[in-house]
Design a protein around this ligand. Structure first.
Ligand code: BDP
Length: 708
């Protein structure tokens, strides 16, 4: 029998051990995909230890210092040993240096020498060296053999940019991960470590620009004290190859410049912007330029003075052109004064302006014609403005995709859009080729992601939301990477290398977008979510002052059927696409089911290719979506020993929320649509737990992301 003291002692020890192990195995996600955990494969560990022992990094500037700092951190983590930085290439196993061989502004080449067991990273400048270093570290973090490398890599798209919808008071519009990481109040004096880690993360995936402020812009950021703060951030980001951009409030000359007008053709207004640009570039010589939302959702713009979007964009373009700045002018416009199908409005306004923009203007187009819905056909503008560089805008923050609680991996959505054929020049005129400039030989090209970053400890709220940030950067750099390849890279760096872990997470991620579409907006339904905050289902919504803010405008359910007729017998939005695209979608019998209700008002009894009627198919899709989330939960639960307890539990709980909300979406939508179809939900499916009245009575005045 144990003596009581010894027994207590043992119990205490066990408790301490338990506590320690849960602390040791807990990860908060702050490190993102840059965890640099120790290589658990002994052969590779030996190879990495040898390769990273003596490193030569050319140069003594801020970027070469960043390269050494990153390598110190990474090598210590990956091999357990600190690297030695040597001053001659002869003594180094890893050489990172400049070359005159043409690799482009940001490209790099990595080669292994099998005989000497050395690796060389070459680039034309230091930022290229940094990208090459991050590439090599990614290979090590994903546990690849580094002895046979021969990689030449250049970015597919020139401007790879995050758009922060962050306000100066740190409120993030459509943000689900806390408040803004940019603490304007303590800038420029206080440089948060977060700014540096943010820059590291971005550089590691090739993101080279960041728009710091919300598209619903505040002129205040253009005042002298705020420009000092912007300069402080630009100084932090510069060594990482990241330029800063700001949103320009079109009425700034009036609001902070005391002019009477912001008319783009007024010489005083033009001069005001030129002076402002000079002031900015004096502080920040490599300032990127402006992103502008004008005459959209109440924002001021050139049309307030009866001028065109091109007049507005060109005025700003003239102000920044002496400094090689650019203007990203958004095409997200629609007007309630126009009784036209909202789908058609951006095209109607912008297509006639093709060829009228200055050469340093890009028009930034959201991926679909409406607004970041779970699924949209590609925006018809992508096939219709050959003389203008068009920039892609994706939304990383999941405003309409389950917000901060749903696991939705967006790379399949990005791919679906980029691989769509616009047929603009002929077959094979993919959206990817439009935005990388290759289709129409544009030198300017760009892709933007509305950031999903906030000050939550893990940056993005949902641990898996980090993958969407990661995917944007990787895909913008290398368009040939598949959604699956990117997922695998991310999983290995974020969670680990266990085969079951990798396979399960991959499966879960790759199916997640389709699953979400099924339980929210199957068969081409769109914009049927809650008013304002866009949280949860509200297909019955019909109370907002603008028709095109109301869900009933989009689904048009009636006793005959459901869907928006956008063919020639309806709004004819379909005519905005090239004939070959029209052909794909114009017949409700052959239209891809993904887009059916985007383009057709279809009878409840319409026979689908699956053999179901439309109503049966709708019931089937919603239930498939719910079953998909249940499957995700089961899959995740098999990983409980393979992932640290903190992130495991967090995802587990979020999946439960996702499941509950998927059921809510299904039941609320089916009950409501049933009032038109007048048909039962087939018995094989779970019946709704509540009445329609119950769902219609739910309100969420404090749902996040909407309000100051
Ligand atoms: C909508 C968002 C709104 C944005 C707008 C935009 O609901 O908050 O300001 O897009 O992109 O999706 O300008």
């Amino acid at each position: 029998m144990l003596k009581p003291v010894a027994h207590t002692y043992r119990l205490l020890l066990t408790a301490v051990a338990l506590l320690l192990s849960s602390v040791l195995f807990a990860e908060d996600g702050y490190q993102l995909w840059l965890r640099y955990s120790k290589t658990d494969n002994p052969v590779l560990l030996q190879q990495y230890t040898q390769l990273f022992s003596n490193i030569y990094v050319q140069g003594n500037n801020a970027t070469s210092k960043v390269i050494r700092d990153e390598l110190t951190l990474a090598v210590k983590g990956i091999t357990g040993k600190e690297p030695v930085f040597v001053t001659s290439t002869a003594k180094a196993q890893l050489v990172i240096q400049l070359t005159t061989e043409s690799l482009g502004d940001e490209g790099f080449r990595i080669t292994s020498n099998t005989a000497s067991k050395t690796v060389t990273v070459l680039a034309n400048n230091h930022v290229g060296m940094l990208y090459g270093t991050f590439h090599l570290l990614r290979l090590a973090q994903t546990q690849q053999n580094l002895s046979q490398l021969n990689v030449t890599s250049k970015p597919a798209v020139q401007l790879r940019i995050l758009n922060h919808w962050d306000n100066l008071n740190r409120y993030v519009e459509r943000g689900y991960a806390g408040i803004s990481i940019f603490n304007w109040h303590t800038l420029p004096g206080y440089i948060d470590q977060r700014y540096i880690d943010y820059a590291r993360a971005n550089a590691s995936i090739g993101i080279n620009g960041t728009v710091l402020t919300n598209v619903n812009a505040n002129a205040w950021v253009l005042t002298a004290p705020y420009l000092q703060k912007v300069k402080a951030l630009a100084d932090v980001f510069r060594p990482y190859g990241i330029k800063v951009y700001l949103t320009a409030r079109f009425s700034a000359p009036i609001e902070i410049g005391r002019l009477k007008t912001a008319d783009p053709l007024d010489p005083q207004v033009q001069q005001w912007w030129k002076d402002k640009a000079r002031e900015i570039y004096t502080l920040i010589p490599d300032f990127g330029g402006f992103l502008v939302k004008a005459n959209s959702e109440g924002q001021p713009g050139p049309q307030d003075y009866h001028r065109s979007h091109a007049d507005g964009a060109n005025m700003l373009a003239a102000a920044v052109v002496p400094y090689k700045g650019i203007i990203m002018w958004r095409a997200f416009v629609y007007s309630h004064e126009t009784p036209e199908d909202r789908f058609k409005q951006a095209y109607n306004e912008f297509q006639p302006l093709d060829g009228k923009f200055s050469s340093n203007v890009l028009v930034q187009v959201k991926n679909g014609p409406i607004d970041f819905q779970p699924r949209e056909p590609f925006s018809p503008l992508f096939g219709a403005m050959p003389k203008t560089p068009l920039m892609m805008e994706f939304q990383l923050t999941q405003e309409y995709l389950g917000q901060g609680t749903h696991l939705v991996y967006e790379a399949p959505l990005f791919k679906e859009v980029l691989q769509s054929d616009t047929y603009a020049n002929d077959k094979g005129s993919f959206v990817q080729k439009v935005i990388d400039g290759s289709l129409n030989n544009h030198t300017l090209s760009g892709i933007a992601g509305v950031a999903n970053i906030g000050n939550d400890i893990n940056w993005c709220g949902h641990p898996f939301a980090q993958a969407n940030w990661y995917a944007l950067g990787r895909m913008a750099w290398n368009s040939s990477l598949s959604a699956e390849e990117i997922a695998e890279e991310w999983i290995r760096q974020t969670f680990g290398h266990d085969a079951q872990l990798v396979a399960t997470c991959k499966q879960l991620m790759l199916a997640s977008h389709e699953t979400m579409v099924n339980y929210m907006t199957p068969l081409g339904l769109h914009h049927i979510m809650g008013n304002g905050h866009h949280y949860g289902p509200l297909p019955w919504g019909n109370t907002l002052p603008r028709a095109d803010w109301n869900p009933v405008y989009y689904h048009r359910a009636d006793s005959f059927g459901i869907g928006f007729n956008r063919t020639a017998t309806g709004s004819n939005a379909l005519a905005q696409y090239q004939p070959a695209v029209q052909q794909q979608w114009q017949d409700s019998n052959t239209c891809n089911l993904r887009y059916l209700l985007w383009f057709h008002h279809v009878s409840w009894y319409h026979k689908m290719p699956t053999g179901n009627t439309l109503w049966q198919q709708l019931c089937n899709s919603y239930n498939t979506g719910v079953a998909g989330v249940a499957a995700m939960q089961q899959q995740w639960n098999t990983l409980h020993n393979k992932i640290d307890i903190q992130r495991f539990k967090q995802v587990q709980q979020l999946l439960q929320i996702q499941y509950n909300e998927a059921v809510w979406w299904r039941d609320a939508c089916l009950l409501y649509f049933q009032t038109f179809s007048k048909q039962p939900i087939p018995n094989e499916y779970q019946q709704p737990a509540h009445t329609l009245h119950y769902y219609q009575g739910l309100h969420f005045p404090y749902a996040p992301g909407n309000g100051q």
